[in-house]
Design a protein around this ligand. Sequence first.
Ligand code: TYD
Length: 241
Amino acid sequence: MTKTNKNKRSRERVAGYFITFEGGEGAGKSTQITRLKTYLESLGQSVVVTREPGGSPGAEKIRAMLLSGGAKDLGPRGEAMLFAAARADHVDTTIKPALERGDWVLCDRYADSTWVYQGEAGVDRDYLKLLETAAVAGVYPDLTILIDVPVEIGLARVAERSRTDDSGGPDRFEDEDLKVHQCRRDLFLELAKNESFRFAVIDGSKDLDEVTAAIRDAVVKTFSGDLPQDKTSTGIPAEAY
Ligand code: TYD
């Protein structure tokens, strides 16, 4: 099922560029966002990195409630509404002002995550569409990078991460069985197919540097007319790695 009825959906044109990153658990989004930021900055661009749920003081409060499981009693519909409330504040106070300044906004998860995670949890599609329309207020991504990894690989990375850092074990949405994670992966891929005009699907099981290069290629392809020429021979500044 598509979220839009149109083949192409463009946001109101403002000066900046909006790229969202999506994927299941352990896809490696944050590492790749940091690398893309470094690359864009090496080209003299101004970059804002942000995340969902969260990305603004108000939305970070809602994040804490959602990820601790504190809102679980509301059920998936109520949780979806909280994700949307956080998103609305994030859009108003962080994303829109940055785009209006002409910055690049790199956002770790956005409305597609609600479509997939809360959709998988059984929330009605029409309800999710209404929430999305209200929350994003016309601010749609120019490009969505879906980092796709087989669920076994993603979950093994998450397990390794919780073993080696002090993140305190899985959050409310990581702690699900394999079938749920597989269903989310399928939903992301279905969405990317249906809205291919804005998606780049990247194979996240590849070597870290190959993933970085594939993401950079997708960005250059999408924004070629807006990016200054890269002066390095390979096209990839060494500091981007
Ligand atoms: P986070 O710690 O940011 O993890 P990740 O590295 O996986 O992005 O946790 C965010 C969690 O919230 C993640 O499991 C996905 C979930 N989520 C939703 O269920 N709905 C949403 O709309 C968003 C933005 C996130």
